[in-house]
Ligand binder design. Structure first.
Ligand SMILES: Cc1ncc(COP(=O)(O)O)c(C=O)c1O
Length: 391
């Protein structure tokens, strides 16, 4: 190892998976039925029960879930969909898949979630849907979004890639809007390696999504290789290959069982961080709200740069030197070359998101973090903040 290479004491993320998940995956492999089948349907049933929603449809990723939901809404060429600029490109790219235009919306300075007032300003005759993204797992102001949606006949698709489990005014995220998309990517609060889920209370929407996730083939196409299946099937539309596999679902079932405990472990880490960092005025801890619970997928710390002699980038470098992994969520979409060139966005267009982006960093927060690791992160952040604090 190069002597200059930092030893990572606390990585940004480690997945909370172990022997139980390995055993569940091995059992599926030994069963001989690897792709979508009974395990996937059991995972869907249990997931729907957990959230208290009528339908849960398992797919390969949250990106696929978002795409299928928009397709089922009937979004197409010429339509506009409102998307916050502070998100991962998946929330915007799916709009482009359908030939529609993602209209980027600024965020609230506190939560960094979509600003309903800015969304209202950007509605045109072509606006068909809105995608509130629950950043870091903190639910958006869903009452205001619902009001806006009903006033303008918009469909609401929640991007809950970060928000399992989370709730808004007592109702779990996933059981509120027209459709909700979850991610089971490796870093997420529930993981199947890669994976996703669409939840909805709308029977027709669920039916369309079930057909389109498997090549547009009529229902129960998956059964064609089972003993009670038939070789005959009919293609109803040009669908996608987005189905989950039973190997992923078996891992997901184990993770779902642990979901509340994993979430409590994240919350305990967040509480330790907030208590420690609230003492320094150059650090801004994440906002919390009495009417919502967050999943604490991310812990986004913001710097008050007027009170520090270093900027966010240098703060990250200093943490790295001390062996602490970090990340940044997110580079606003309107600053990426694709959104700039295709949709004419430029720096300054969405100023609140930009200002927050420049002072935000995400700290390690994962359920298996040891007490020593949590202490190491706190000590490093406090040491850097104290050393570079402006008097
Ligand atoms: C806000 C948001 N939406 C969507 C996605 C896409 O999730 P997936 O990787 O499961 O497609 C991500 C992934 O990190 C995300 O952060």
């Amino acid at each position: 190892m190069n002597s200059k290479t930092e030893v990572m004491l606390v990585p940004f993320h480690v997945a909370a998976v172990g022997e139980e998940e390995a055993q569940a995956a091995a059992d599926v492999i030994r069963s001989g039925w690897l792709t979508m089948g009974q395990k996937t349907f059991e995972f869907e049933r249990r997931f729907a029960e957990y959230l208290g929603v009528r339908h849960a449809i398992a797919v390969v990723s949250c990106t696929a879930a978002l795409h299928l939901a928009l397709e089922a809404f009937g979004i197409g060429r010429g339509d506009e969909v409102l998307v916050p600029t502070t998100t991962f490109t998946a929330s915007g790219e799916v709009v482009c898949y359908l030939g529609a235009r993602p209209v980027l919306v600024d965020v609230l300075p506190g939560s960094m979630n979509i600003d309903p007032q800015d969304a209202a300003r950007k509605i045109t005759a072509r606006t068909k849907a809105i995608i509130p993204v629950h950043l870091a797992g903190l639910p958006c102001e869903l009452d205001k979004i619902r009001e806006l949606a009903s006033a303008h006949q918009l469909r609401v698709l929640e991007d809950a890639a970060h928000a399992l489990p989370a709730s808004y005014r007592g109702t779990p995220i996933g059981a509120i809007s027209d459709a909700t998309a979850f991610s089971f990517y490796a870093t997420k609060t529930l993981t199947t390696g890669e994976g996703g889920m669409i939840t909805t209370n709308d029977d027709k929407l669920a039916e369309r999504v079930r057909i389109m996730r498997l090549h547009g083939i009529e229902r129960d196409a998956w059964k064609r290789y089972t003993s009670d299946g038939s070789w005959f099937y009919q293609v109803l539309d040009a669908g996608y290959k987005y189905n989950m596999t039973d190997i992923q679902a078996a891992i997901g079932l184990v993770q779902l069982h642990k979901c509340d405990d994993l979430s409590a472990a994240r919350r305990a880490i967040a509480e330790r961080y907030t208590t420690a960092f609230a003492k320094l005025s150059c650090l801004e801890t994440p906002e919390e709200f009495a009417d919502r619970t967050t999943s604490w997928h991310l812990y986004i710390l913001r710097l008050r740069e007027d009170k520090l002699s270093i900027d966010r980038d240098r703060f990250i470098t200093e943490l790295k030197r001390r062996g602490i992994g970090t990340s940044v969520h997110f580079i606003p979409l309107h600053l990426h070359p694709f959104y700039k060139t295709k949709f004419d966005y430029k720096p300054g267009d969405l100023p609140i998101a930009e200002a927050q982006y420049h002072r935000a960093l995400s700290l390690p927060i994962f359920p298996t973090m040891s007490g020593d690791a949590i202490n190491a992160v706190i000590a490093a952040v406090l040491e850097i903040a104290t050393s570079f604090r402006r008097e």
